[in-house]
Structure formats: structure tokens, C-alpha cells
Design a protein around this ligand. Sequence first.
Ligand SMILES: O=C(O)CCC(=O)C(=O)O
Ligand SMILES: [Fe+2]
Length: 357
Amino acid sequence: MYGSDSASEDLERTAFRKAEKKYKLYYQDTYRTPKKKKQPKPVDLSEVLDFKSILISHNQNAELPSGIAPVRCGLDRPVFSIENRPGFYFIPGALTIEQQCQWIKESLTSFPQPPNRTNHNAFYGSINDLFIAAKERKILVAKENSNSECNPSVSNRDVQGWKFFEEHETSSKGNSRKSISASVLLRKLRWSTLGLQFEWSKRNYDVSLPHKKIPDTLCQLAKKLAAPAMPSSEDFQPEAAIVNYFGLGDMLGGHLDDMEADWSKPIVSMSLGCKAIFLLGGKLREDPPLAMFLRSGDVVLMAGEARECFHGVPRIFTDTENAEIVPLEQQFSHEDDSSFLEYIQTSRININIRQVF
Ligand SMILES: O=C(O)CCC(=O)C(=O)O
Ligand SMILES: [Fe+2]
């Protein structure tokens, strides 16, 4: 017990943790009246690497900040590497606006569909069509054993499964059953897994779990984007992907992705929606991380030595000034369906694609 206390204190003191705290969303603790919205604490962003402006100055006058180098590769747009982080590649604006919209839609509609698993599986079992259910304001209601039907204090053990109902249907049922609205569940969607299923509790891939192959268009895109980081004459084989969903205040703590067999193969990581800060640390949590902005359409590759570097996402920006999603908003506003626009205005999605074996 005491050991774990001091271990967490040590964690608090690492350079990675300090950087996470620096960029994490905190609110001003000034007195709030009910009418005043709580305000985020200002954060100094002057040390955050900005590959959008790096790309602009590179295109204008071939100038680059010290430590950043262009990478020669077969891609049709500039790729940058960082001198003291071998194996890390940044491709600013790698995805067209159409591709961004396409993968946002898939991330919300098809990717969380069974047999793919999500963070909701552990509690609710498989959920079908969550995004549609949220749009239709449906409510997920617990089915119960007949003998516990009328007991409001029924425990989760007695629940036989969950089913979506229309709002009006649930009010006629009284409030004896456990229920949650689909829109709250959508907001609480944190991850889904594609291809070979990653088992978070064991932190490993469970090849025995039912799964579908990664969609072919995503495979082809990942193969193309992986090229700058691939060992020559080898082909990237996308076998699994984790889709992360971030809302305001959500973060992804510092971690390594070390469950894949061959670290010479990259993780291909695509950013969609609101802008975020990405921290790229070193091999130890004590190594001070580099902070950089990730915008919708940016792609990051981590291969070789970079696979051993701690990384995480301490912050996403959902305010109009900082989110930088105007082109996405324009694209989505042409569509009949406003539900994608509403979701992405306050969210970020990351799809990271991996070769497992
Ligand atoms: O959200 C991101 O950009 C990073 C995601 C990540 O590192 C992961 O899922 O392992
Ligand atoms: Fe990661």
C-alpha cells in the first residue's frame, strides 16, 4: 500500500507527467454564477511545435526550424522527421477533407458495430447502431429476469441484456428498470477496436475473439501513408486498429504501444476533428516530452525507436478559435444529416492502425 503511494508520487514527478499537467484542461476557480460559463485556465502554448506553420514556411522558402528535417519518400506531400526522435514522422494535412469526413462517419457508424468491441461491451454487452439510436433519442433499457422485473434495486447481475426503446415507450414502463440514453452512451464512447481485437484488460490481442478484417479502403490508405516509415521492400499489413474518441476534458495518458511483434513496422495514426496536443516523450517517463499540435487530417507514424517512446494526448480544444475545424464544418453542413457535424464540433477521433505480427 505504502509502496503504491510512493510509486504514484514518483509518477507525479516525472517530466512526462509535468507536461501533461501543463497542457491538461483546468478551469479557472473564480466564483461562478449560474449564468457564467466556467472558463478554461489559460495555457502557454508557445513551446508547442506547429507543423502547419512549419509546412507553410517550408513551402514558401524551404526553411525549417532546427531539428526538423524533410523526409524523401514516395508520398505526394511533405513528410517531416524530428532529429532526436528517429522513427517518428509527421505528415501535416495528409488527409483530404473528403477523407476526413468519410473516416469520421465510419468511426461513428460502422466501426463501433459488433463484432468490433467498444468500451461499452464490458457493461452493456454488444450494442448495435448506437449512433442512429442517439440521433433518434432512444433509450437503452435493461432486460431483466422475470422475477426481478418489479424490483427497482435489481443488481446488474440480474440483467439479461440491454435493448433500445423509444423515449415514449420507456415512460410507459415506469422507472423500475435501469436505463441510459443513447446520446449519453455516444458521449461516453471512448474506443472501438477494428480487425484483431485488442483486449484491454490483458493489454494484448485476443485472436480467438470474433473479428472482421479492416475495411479494404482503410487498409489501402494506411499502406500508402505508412510508406515513409517502412523498411525498404517491405509491405505494411494493417491487421488491427484502435479508434479513440475524445470529448472536452478527455485525455490519453502517457503510454507505449508494445503489444505488436515487429516494432520496425509503424503505427499509422490519423487525427480527425478538433485540434489536440500530442506529447512525444523519450524512452523514460523522466525524459521531457516534445509537445505538438495535431489537427484534423494530420497523420503521425511511429516506427523503430519511436515505438519505444512514451506518448499521449493531454488536451483537445473544442472552442471555435482553437478547434480549427472550419473546413470540416463547411463540408458537413452541406449534408442533410447534421448529427455528424454536432458530434465533431466538440470531439476528436483518432484512428491508429497497426501490423500485429
Ligand atoms: O490520439 C492519438 O493521437 C494517439 C493515440 C494513441 O497513442 C493510441 O491509441 O495508442
Ligand atoms: Fe499510442
